[in-house]
Design a protein around this ligand. Structure first.
Ligand code: HPA
Ligand code: ZN
Length: 319
C-alpha cells in the first residue's frame, strides 16, 4: 500500500501507551488508579472528546522528568518510522505539564532532545508544535509562549487544541500574533466537535495555515469552497473521529467526500495509543472501508508533503 510520508497531526501525549504508563508510574512512584493493564484498557471507551480528554490528562501524571518525555518521544518516533513516516510534526500540550508543576524547561529538554536526534536515531525528520489548551484562558496561552520563547528551544509552530465548545478563537489571538511575529507556523484544531464557523474563525482570526480535523466544514458548502480555493490543508484523523463519536463508523467517514470536493486532506493518527492505531492503521482502515484506490492514496500522500512545514529541498526529497 502507498504509505503517507508525513504525519502532521499527532499529540505526543496521545502516543503514551498503557505499558509505558505503568513503567513510568513505577519509575516515578506514582500511584495509578488502575489495578492492571486490562483495567486501564477497559476505560478506553469514549462518548465524546471530553470523556477522552479526562483520561488523557489523568494519564499524563506519570510524565515527570526530561527522561520520561524523551522516552515517550522516542517510542513514538520508532513506531512512526515503522509505519513508513519520514517527516513528523508533533503536538505537545505544554500547559498540561506546567499546570501540574513540571517546569517547561524539563518537558522541552526531553522532547526537543529526542526530536533533535530523530533523523540520526529513527531516520525521520521532525518538528515540534506547541498546542495551547483551549479550555484555559488566552492569557495563559500567551504566558506559556513567552516562557517557551525565552528558553530558546527549537520550535516549529503553535497550535490550539482541547474542547472547541467553550471559548472563542479571538481569546487566543494575542498568543498567535506573538507566534507569527516570531516566525512560527500556525495551526489549530477546529471543526471536530465545533461547527464550520469555528474553521472560519481560526482562519480569519488566528490566521492559521492548516486546520486540524476540519471534518465538520463539510456541513457548510461555502466553507468547503473557501478551503478548496485557498488550498488550506486539513489534517484528518479517521480513527479518532470514530472513537470520539464525531462519525458513527469508519464507513461513514467523510474522507472520500472531502477528497472528491477537492479539499487538501491528509490522514493522521491524533492520539494513536487511545484510538486503536497509528497512521498506517488509520490509512489501512479508511482504504478498506471507503474503497480508496491508487489515485486517492497518491493524492493523500502528495497532500501530506504539500502541507508539511519543510523547506523546498526536504519537500523535494519527500515527494
Ligand atoms: N481534539 C482536541 N484536543 C485534543 C485532541 C482532539 O482530538 N486530542 C488531544 N487533544
Ligand atoms: Zn488532535
Amino acid at each position: 500500500m502507498l504509505m503517507p510520508a508525513v504525519e502532521l497531526h499527532v499529540h505526543l501525549e496521545g502516543t503514551l501507551e498503557p505499558e509505558l504508563i505503568f513503567a513510568l508510574a513505577e519509575r516515578n512512584d506514582v500511584e495509578l488508579p488502575y489495578t492492571d493493564l486490562d483495567d486501564l484498557r477497559s476505560r478506553y471507551s469514549f462518548t465524546d472528546l471530553q470523556s477522552f480528554l479526562d483520561l488523557y490528562y489523568a494519564n499524563m501524571t506519570v510524565l515527570r522528568t526530561a527522561a520520561d518525555f524523551a522516552d515517550l518521544t522516542n517510542a513514538y518516533l520508532a513506531r512512526a518510522a515503522e509505519a513508513g513516516v519520514r517527516h513528523a510534526e508533533v503536538f505537545l500540550d505544554i500547559q498540561a505539564h506546567t499546570g501540574r508543576g513540571i517546569p517547561a524547561a524539563e518537558v522541552l529538554a526531553g522532547v526537543t532532545g529526542a526530536l533533535g536526534a530523530s533523523e540520526r536515531e529513527h531516520g525521520l525528520t521532525s518538528g515540534l508544535i506547541v498546542t495551547f489548551l483551549r479550555h484555559l484562558p488566552g492569557s495563559e496561552a500567551l504566558a506559556a509562549l513567552e516562557e517557551i520563547l525565552a528558553l530558546d528551544v527549537p520550535l516549529l509552530g503553535v497550535g490550539l487544541c482541547s474542547t472547541e465548545l467553550t471559548s472563542h478563537a479571538s481569546e487566543f489571538a494575542p498568543a498567535f500574533d506573538l507566534a507569527r511575529a516570531n516566525g512560527l507556523r500556525l495551526v489549530a484544531h477546529a471543526g471536530e466537535e465545533g461547527p464550520p464557523q469555528n474553521v472560519t474563525d481560526v482562519l480569519d482570526i488566528l490566521k492559521v495555515e492548516r486546520v486540524d480535523h476540519g471534518v465538520r466544514a463539510m456541513e457548510d458548502p461555502a466553507v468547503v469552497e473557501r478551503l478548496v480555493r485557498e488550498r488550506v490543508p486539513l489534517t484528518v484523523c479517521p480513527l479518532s473521529n470514530v472513537r470520539l463519536r464525531v462519525v458513527d463508523t469508519i464507513a461513514d467517514h467523510p474522507l472520500r467526500a472531502m477528497l472528491d470536493a477537492g479539499l487538501v486532506v491528509t490522514v493522521n493518527s491524533d492520539d494513536p495509543a487511545y484510538f486503536g492505531g497509528y497512521v498506517d492503521e488509520n490509512l489501512r482502515q479508511v482504504t478498506e472501508a471507503l474503497d480508496l484506490g491508487p489515485q486517492e492514496l497518491t493524492t493523500l500522500a502528495r497532500n501530506g508533503v504539500a502541507a508539511a512545514f519543510v523547506d523546498d529541498a526536504r519537500r523535494q526529497e519527500l515527494s
